[in-house]
Design a protein around this ligand. Structure first.
Ligand code: NAI
Length: 395
């Protein structure tokens, strides 16, 4: 079938298998160009491995350090007349490339929050991989069925306490408007923490520890975001930020548990705001990202997921380097984004942006092309008019 993009609001409901494969290959090539990461992980579990930061983590572990990887994700395969989701195609492309390079790669497509999937992961690790020395927790999900209670928790992206009014952009239509989002109620706050907080990460770590499948010195990392004041009401101080506080609480608990057993370390890495399927769903944030990209591209400090994670591994986690914690005990690879000069420029541009000057004052074009790339569209060398096989198996 000929596959064209079909954008519906902040998602694209189609994906191009060859484009997704090319996007994965670009990231692999980047990691290879940067050279081997010394003393890197050898046996890696990535939870949320098919897109965004998790996919880049998997690629960096495999192609930077020669790691065996087990990738866990929740993607939809193709159906009659409908292509699969991008993470499905990404995972096939990654797996093919890893195996061609002689690296072990296994995949589990299903609900990472469930006990059943955890048991399946333990069985694969036990059978094929040996003890895990790195766990990357990179889930972004709108809901979680709690494995113990069966309750379905839905996350919301809302401010806490008061309504929040700010500019936002419809990235598809290029319209800048004002949006007011009402505050979350107590149940929504608790539900968002149940989905995006740390309990499930703890369940994973406990399952691995109980099965004696954690290597001595094992590392566990989860990703968070803080960002500038202009986004705080919807992010840092909103429902998602409170969930991230819970994730930080879990990091400390897991860290203590790992150390008590003579194992390793757990920490939070605060990453840069980037175009991913998860971030495009957050009101206000896409406008911030469009302004940020313009500034960081102009001053030569722009990075994507793969540059961020390669830098995290090479300059903080491995390669003879050491973790550099901020006052709150987090690793910061959002350092370039948060430079005062960059943020002063964001604050200067923000109030000026309108629908009319959006293209001139922001990198909305860059935002859109990055967004399309997430779904395998707009990559060089792909003939998007040609017939392509959408039904690809994931093994
Ligand atoms: P993403 O949407 O690209 O990736 C989410 C991953 O989670 C995918 O692999 C998806 O298949 C998987 N997933 C979702 N629900 C699942 C389930 N029930 N079971 C198994 N897998 C499931 O998201 P992104 O942006 O890479 O986010 C990953 C982490 O990075 C999140 O914690 C996010 O808050 C954090 N982060 C993201 C930033 C951004 O700007 N995109 C900035 C800083 C941190």
């Amino acid at each position: 079938m000929v596959i064209k993009p079909k954008v519906r609001g902040f998602v694209c409901v189609t994906a191009h298998p060859l484009g997704c494969a090319s996007h994965v290959r670009e990231q692999i090539e980047y990691v290879k160009r940067k050279g081997p990461i010394k003393d890197g992980p050898k046996s890696v579990l990535v939870i949320g491995a098919s897109t965004g930061y998790g996919l880049s983590s998997r690629i960096t572990a495999a192609f930077g350090s020669g790691a065996k990887t087990l990738g866990v994700f929740f993607e939809r395969p193709s159906e009659e007349g409908r292509p699969a989701t991008p993470g499905w195609y990404n995972s096939i492309a990654f797996t093919d490339a890893a195996r061609a390079a002689g690296l072990y790669a296994a995949n589990l497509n299903g609900d990472a929050f469930s006990d059943d999937l955890k048991q399946q992961a333990l069985a694969i690790i036990k059978r094929d991989m040996g003890p895990i020395d790195l766990v990357v927790y990179s889930l972004a999900s709108p809901r979680r069925t709690h494995p113990r209670t069966g309750v379905v928790h839905k996350s919301v992206l809302k401010p806490v306490g008061e309504p929040y009014t700010n500019k936002t952009v419809d990235t598809d239509k290029g319209i800048v408007s004002e949006i007011t989002i009402g505050p979350a109620n107590e149940a929504e706050i608790a539900d968002t923490s149940a989905v995006m907080g740390g309990e499930d990460w703890e369940f994973w770590m406990n399952a691995l520890a109980d099965a004696k499948l954690l290597a001595p010195g094992a590392t566990a990392v989860a990703y968070s975001y803080i960002g500038p004041e202009v986004t705080w009401a919807i992010y840092k101080n909103g429902t998602i930020g409170l969930a991230k506080n819970d994730l930080e609480r879990s990091a400390k608990k897991i860290d203590a548990q790992l150390k008590a057993h003579g194992y390793g370390r757990a920490f939070i890495s605060v990453n840069k705001a980037l175009v991913t399927q998860a971030s495009s769903a957050i009101p206000v944030v896409p406008l911030y990202i469009s302004i940020l990209y313009k500034i960081m591209k102009a001053n030569g400090t722009h990075e994507g997921c793969i540059e961020q994670i390669q830098r995290l591994f090479a300059t903080q986690m491995y390669n003879g380097s050491a973790l550099n914690f901020d006052a709150g005990g987090r690793v910061r690879i959002d350092d370039l984004e948060m430079r005062p000069a960059v943020q002063a420029e964001v604050a200067r541009i923000w109030p000026q942006v309108t629908t009319e000057n959006l293209a001139a004052l922001t990198d909305i074009a860059g935002y859109r092309s990055e967004f399309m790339k997430l779904f395998g569209f707009g990559l060089a060398g792909i003939n998007y008019e040609a017939d392509v096989e959408p039904h690809l198996p994931l093994t």
